[in-house]
Design a protein around this ligand. Structure first.
Ligand SMILES: [Mg+2]
Length: 119
């Protein structure tokens, strides 16, 4: 019998959960917004490898989050964009699963910590 992987949400579901989390627990003067690259067409400047979410405010100022499923691998273009961010001193993280991006948003001071976690 083939080994089944445990259930894992699709990347769009992860992104929805992260945005919903920010809508519920986001700190004032912060923003978590989609960078609409997926299936976008015709808009000048569309660029492969741009992360999924733009994050503004909090402790980070400007941050970018590339979301992956637990088994997803970043593309070469995504790794290249992260390298540009590192050189530009812009926070950019490639994170897998639903909880890791929320951990990053907490660390970046963009959302209030979840119950039972340190402030
Ligand atoms: Mg992604």
């Amino acid at each position: 019998m083939p080994r089944r992987l445990p259930f894992q949400p699709a990347e769009t579901a992860i992104q929805a959960a992260v945005v919903d989390h920010w809508l519920a627990l986001g700190r004032p003067n912060t923003l978590v917004a989609a960078i609409p690259n997926a299936r976008a067409a015709g808009q000048p400047g569309l660029t492969k490898g741009l992360p999924d979410l733009l994050v503004l405010g909090g402790l980070v100022g400007v941050g970018l989050l590339e979301l992956k499923t637990l088994t997803g691998e970043p593309s070469d273009e995504q790794i290249a964009v992260r390298a540009i961010c590192e050189r530009a001193r812009v926070a950019c993280e490639i994170v897998a699963g639903r909880d890791a991006p929320i951990d990053v948003l907490e660390r970046w001071g963009v959302v209030r910590p979840r119950a039972g976690r340190a402030a």
